[in-house]
Design a protein around this ligand. Structure first.
Ligand code: ZN
Length: 386
């Protein structure tokens, strides 16, 4: 039967994004307060939900089901991770601490990071769902998978929680890929914050190239001792395999795309990964309450396109996308939609940007990117001569 003109064209098999999701992850209740403090100072009539709340993820689920990208989405459920699986990335003492905290009814694990009743089960689901998404790709059932998960994970270090994160979902998936025979994995993290947990987990490895584009926020306390600066390069065999790209506040679409084409693409060309993990956070958008960068849907779409072309070229099209931050409750969903449009390499935008308007001045970000490039090419053995 011929499709009616109003029906979207049926996408080719390789144009499907396999989304892994389980609504049990909504049960992580981070509470209310003055922004992310969980604290009521007593001066305010109206408190707000913690930025890492379930509404943001409900809207991402909703836009993938009801938005124009929906014909390209295949839905899969997630399962909780088992404790032994967590030990591929995390130290046993740290996991025991979380298990005990859950048994005791909860704990403020670090600033803004609340393990409440239901949180641990949600964290296990987020980790297990991300592992399922990676396994789907590794087993050859699909080329592109998106782990739509919360609580987020990229700040969680092997021995420490940080920044709303308990378990490093992406790190666990990378470890699964390595254990399944992938020789080299690259992680590209475009959340506005430094993916310090993932970097720390693979800091001494030359099998995992961790690349993080973030605002220049520096260390933010004992749970986040890393600075995210260009000189945090990895150690031992891993020296040169952690690339930090701290971008000036206000970097927007053109600045981010410049960083991708000048720094990320050449590094991946030299590294030649056989698996690509894209860690996405929409807190690098122009309207996020938790970030100071200025990406719009156009920038996310273009970065999705670049990452897809890298996957097609190096990893046989295999790409795992992992959800991290993104705290504007409505715009985050639109930005994720645009990112996936780019990943699908669709010729035209499916959804226009309803609110972007900030003018971008990329001159300073471009200068910073040039100086990072010079520095990396001077000191990193595998990039020399780029
Ligand atoms: Zn973030």
């Amino acid at each position: 039967m011929a499709a009616s003109p109003s029906e979207p064209p049926s996408p080719a098999a390789e144009g499907i994004i396999n989304v892994f999701w389980d609504d049990g992850m909504l049960n992580h209740d981070t509470g209310k307060g003055l922004f992310d403090t969980g604290f009521d100072p007593g001066f305010l009539e109206v408190l707000e939900k913690h930025p890492e709340n379930s509404d943001r993820i409900k809207n991402i689920v909703s836009i993938l089901k009801r938005g124009p990208i929906s014909p390209y989405i295949s839905w899969h459920s997630g399962i909780p991770a088992q404790i032994p699986q967590l030990l591929s990335f995390h130290a046993p003492d740290y996991i025991n601490e979380l298990v005990e905290a859950d048994k005791a009814g909860g704990k403020v694990v670090c600033d803004g990071t609340f393990l409440n009743p239901g949180s641990w089960d949600a964290a296990l689901l987020a980790a297990g769902t991300t592992l399922s998404a990676m396994k789907h790709v590794l087993d050859g059932h699909g080329k592109i998978a998106y782990a739509l998960v919360r609580p987020p994970g990229h700040h969680a270090q092997p021995t420490m929680a940080d920044g709303y994160c308990f378990l490093n979902n992406a790190g666990l998936a990378v470890q699964l890929a390595l254990n399944s025979g992938c020789g080299k994995v690259v992680v590209i993290d475009i959340d506005v914050h430094y993916g310090n947990g993932t970097a720390e987990g693979f800091y001494r490895s030359n099998k995992v190239l961790t690349i993080s584009l973030h605002m220049n926020h520096g260390s933010w306390g004992p749970s986040h001792p890393q600075n995210g600066t260009v000189d945090e390069l990895g150690e031992g065999e891993g020296f040169g395999y952690n690339l930090n790209i701290p971008l000036p506040n206000g970097t927007g679409d053109r600045g981010y795309v410049h960083a991708m084409t000048e720094l990320v693409v050449p590094a991946i060309q030299k590294f030649e990964p056989n698996m690509i993990v894209l860690v996405v956070g929409q807190d690098s958008s122009a309207f996020d309450p938790n970030g100071r960068q200025c990406l719009t849907m156009d920038g996310y779409r273009e970065m999705g396109r670049i990452v897809r072309s890298l996957a097609d070229r190096y990893s046989g099209g295999r790409l795992l996308i992992v959800q991290e931050g993104g705290y504007h409750v409505t715009y985050s969903a639109y930005c994720l939609h645009a990112t996936l449009e780019g990943v699908l390499n669709l010729p035209l935008a499916l959804l226009s940007d309803p609110i972007a308007y900030y003018p971008e001045d990329e001159a300073f970000p471009v200068k910073v990117i040039e100086s990072i490039k010079q520095y990396q090419n001077d000191v990193i053995p595998f990039l020399k001569g780029s």
